[in-house]
Design a protein around this ligand. Structure first.
Ligand code: ARG
Length: 463
């Protein structure tokens, strides 16, 4: 077995290079190459600061800057030769910089370590993903608002236990998801504000004896301030955990909506028709139009939540400060972010394209004794019955109707009075589904005017 030469970056105390298996388990370049742009951005900010503070000669820094730009263009053009022997993106970039500009490249790592470097790169990357998630959520919210506005007064059954409960409006149902995705947006915004401290300059763990200007690099990279404790700066992955937590909750919401779309698009419900663009066919059953995108969205939560659990598990027992365990943060977050962004786009497409079947919704809204609560409420209001007595009388009427195979409005006044003498003709005014939803005018209720007011409020929030 030929012995590899020791590492160019830290080979001083090593007589031999790593075993091939050591190299395979240790290298992260296979995935952290996704941080290349952030790595170069961070290095440029660091180099500019080294020049401004006089720590490195500005001619060397100019060469470093040009070299980094050249490397970025090579990476963007796909001509950069990534090397597993060079372990990770940080050492790949630095080695290439040495090829390009010679020994001046070695000055870039003054007052810096890969520990603060990777924390900075990864934060910049996660911050971009948060912005993408917020944009995705906004697009989805826009599609839901359009649906809600169009169907603010379309009636449909509202369910509890997936059993018909009371009539609600289509707009109201759409707006429930607007609320959920609105909270998700808030969570991503909160996470972004909290994470926006710059680890760069924490160096390996203790800070540095060089007269660096951490405020300068923080500002150059769009951070609000430098992080205040160097040990925390290099060992913190809260920003990734928070991103995954916010992503997981969003994915739960996407999954619940997806589940409704699967149910609603079935032949038994026919509440919605999904567009051809967001459906698939069957290779054997010609009649089929399958809601594959919705089903996949329902499943994607598994990956995102899995990533969250994985990273929590990686982090939970680590002593301060950096440990190599933390290299396991990236693939989880990369996959979760890709999954989330794609899922948001797919849901936006499905919601924007779907057609609600107004007639089927209305038919279903009127069946299943959905206005029984309206009847009980009427008995309380008009006949001054205690609610419990009203509930009991209504139950008897439902039983009667059920026995005859009819709905509540099909019973005659005489039928009703036989159950409770206080009932008058006026009761029929509350048994229709349109009146039912129109009467639910309490704040946040399902009445069309309430829905329209919420749509208007959200449109203002959306800007
Ligand atoms: N590839 C490493 C990671 O992703 C970079 C930091 C390495 N630091 C170290 N002290 N070995 O975590």
């Amino acid at each position: 077995m030929t012995e590899k030469s020791s590492n160019a970056m830290w080979g001083g105390r090593f007589a031999a290079g790593p075993d091939a298996i050591m190299e395979a388990i240790n290298a992260s370049i296979g995935f952290d190459r996704r941080l290349a742009a952030q790595d170069i951005q961070g290095s440029r900010a660091h180099a500019a600061m080294l020049a401004a503070t006089g720590i490195v000669d500005s001619r060397d820094v100019e060469a470093i800057r040009e070299g980094l730009l050249k490397i970025l263009s090579e990476i963007e053009a796909g001509t950069f030769a990534f090397s597993t022997a060079l372990e990770d993106i940080h050492m790949n970039v630095e080695a290439r910089l040495t090829d390009l500009i010679g020994p001046a490249a070695g000055r870039l790592h003054t007052a810096r370590s890969r520990n603060d470097q990777v924390a900075t790169d990864f934060k910049l990357w996660v911050r971009d993903q948060i912005d993408a998630a917020i944009a995705g959520l906004q697009a989805l919210t826009g599609a839901l608002l359009t649906q809600a506005e169009a169907g603010a007064d379309w009636v449909m059954p509202g369910f509890t236990h997936l059993q018909t409960a009371q009539p609600v409006t289509w707009g109201h149902h759409m707006m429930a998801y607007v609320e959920m995705f609105g909270r998700d947006t808030g969570r991503f915004r909160d996470a972004r504000a909290r994470m926006n401290e710059c680890p760069l300059g924490a160096a390996a763990l203790a800070g540095t004896s060089f007269p660096i200007d951490r405020h300068m690099t923080a500002a150059a990279l769009g951070f609000d301030r430098p992080s205040a404790n160097s040990l925390d700066a290099v060992s913190d992955r809260d920003f990734a955990l928070e991103f995954l937590a916010a992503a997981s909750i969003t994915a739960v919401h996407l999954s619940r909506l997806a589940e409704e779309l699967v149910i609603w698009s079935s032949a038994q419900f026919r509440f919605v028709a999904l567009s051809d663009r967001f459906s698939t066919g069957s290779s054997i059953m010609p009649q089929k139009k399958n809601p594959d995108a919705a089903e996949l969205l329902r499943a994607k939560i598994g990956r995102i939540l899995g990533a969250m659990v994985a990273l929590f598990t990686v982090m939970k027992g680590l002593p301060l400060a950096y440990s190599k365990d933390m290299q396991e943060d990236k693939e989880q977050v990369f996959d979760a972010a890709d999954t989330l962004i794609l899922s948001l786009a797919a849901m936006t497409g499905m919601v924007a394209d779907m057609t609600a079947n107004r007639d089927a919704l209305a038919r279903a809204a009127g069946s299943g004794f959905s206005t029984a609560t309206d009847l009980a409420d009427w008995l309380v209001r008009a006949a001054n019955l205690p609610f419990r007595e009203a509930h009991h009388a209504t139950g008897a009427l439902v039983k009667l109707a059920e026995g005859r195979g009819v709905d509540l409005p099909d019973l005659t006044l005489a039928d009703m009075q036989a159950v409770h003498p206080a009932i008058t003709e006026d009761v029929f005014s509350v048994l229709g589904v349109d009146n039912s939803v129109r009467s639910r005018t309490s704040y946040g209720g399902t009445a069309p005017d309430q829905v329209r007011a919420q749509v208007a409020r959200w449109r203002k929030v959306q800007g």
